[in-house]
Design a binder for this molecule. Structure first.
Ligand code: HEC
Ligand code: HEC
Length: 250
């Protein structure tokens, strides 16, 4: 009885001692943690950003940001700036770009599921490929671009027209060229500078700023060159077609 009493008293004393030392120590640690918290937080978020940037190759990301206003980037642009980091070589088990064998089972899931996984992440696939600034439509376009290169025939929402210079000359510009400008510029009809002919295009541009030349034929035409080349779509699409021709005559 007395023995157990004594040990009871001992453990009671021990408890008080522990409380006397332990409680302040505990508070000290909590306070320390709390005050250190802001510092640690800053450090951590910097590290995380660095880690993310390193993984996403910042050069590529800034390229996509610089090349076109957000929301108007094409699937190809998004792929080349963001998704290529993994999907280009099939890193981390990602389906490799252009590999129909790897994309087949993915495509079979359906466009909506793939979009959902690309937007919100899927195993080692980060949400939006890790590029939080991509809009939903841009991600959709990138999914379609990659899946179509692997055998799908998905149709993604097109970039909004009129987003100044955002329309890819190699995609939309080429399309407008094929449908409209080629009639004359394909063969040099009526004295039009022929597609791909450096000499003829250099002579037409004659050292002038291509932008000014394009704006002029867009608004006024030039001799046999009809106003806007007779194109009925948007001004930006006409500009893209003109850039497409000029880019291929360099
Ligand atoms: C950091 C690497 C990484 C980047 C960057 C990345 N992906 Fe992925 N992606 C993966 C991996 C890994 C998988 C395979 C995940 C799995 O099946 O477990 C994947 C799978 C996918 C799939 C198939 C999902 C499914 O359900 O099978 C789609 C679609 C996709 N990615 C789209 C994109 C798009 C669009 C981008 C660019 C905006 C992108 N990814 C960028 C790593 C990446
Ligand atoms: C009916 C024929 C015709 C069509 C269609 C046409 N062009 Fe032209 N284009 C011309 C001719 C002719 C010239 C040469 C004008 C000149 O310098 O006298 C020209 C010149 C140009 C030039 C050089 C600028 C200049 O003043 O010479 C650009 C840029 C151009 N066209 C863009 C386009 C685009 C873009 C389209 C399609 C959307 C288009 N053209 C469709 C006939 C055409």
């Amino acid at each position: 009885m007395s023995g157990s009493n004594a040990s009871g008293v001992k453990s009671f004393v021990g408890l008080i001692v522990a409380a006397l030392i332990g409680v302040p120590l505990f508070i000290f640690m909590v306070v320390k943690l709390f005050t250190a918290g802001s510092g640690v937080d800053l450090g951590l978020s910097t590290m995380t950003n660095e880690a993310i940037s390193a993984r996403l190759q910042p050069v590529g990301v800034s390229k996509v940001v610089d090349s076109a206003p957000p929301g108007s980037r094409t699937g190809k642009m998004v792929f080349e700036a963001v998704c290529i980091a993994c999907h280009g070589a099939g890193l981390a088990g990602s389906p490799k770009f252009g590999d129909a064998g790897m994309w087949g089972p993915r495509i079979a899931k359906g466009f909506d599921t793939l979009i959902d996984h690309a937007l919100h992440g899927f195993n080692a696939m980060p949400a939006r490929g890790g590029a939080a600034d991509l809009t939903d439509d841009e991600v959709k376009r990138a999914v379609a671009y990659m899946a179509n290169a692997g055998g799908a025939k998905f149709v993604a929402p097109e970039p909004a027209a009129g987003a100044g210079g955002a329309i890819d000359p190699e995609v939309k510009g080429k399309e407008v060229f094929e449908s409209t400008c080629k009639t004359c510029h394909g063969t040099g009809l009526l004295g039009a500078p022929t597609f791909g002919d450096k000499g003829q295009w250099a002579a037409k541009l004659n050292g002038k700023d291509p932008k000014a030349v394009i704006e002029n034929v867009l608004k006024n035409g030039n001799g046999q060159m009809p106003v806007k080349g007779g194109y009925t779509g948007s001004d930006d699409e006409f500009r893209a077609a003109a850039h497409y021709m000029i880019n291929h005559a360099k």
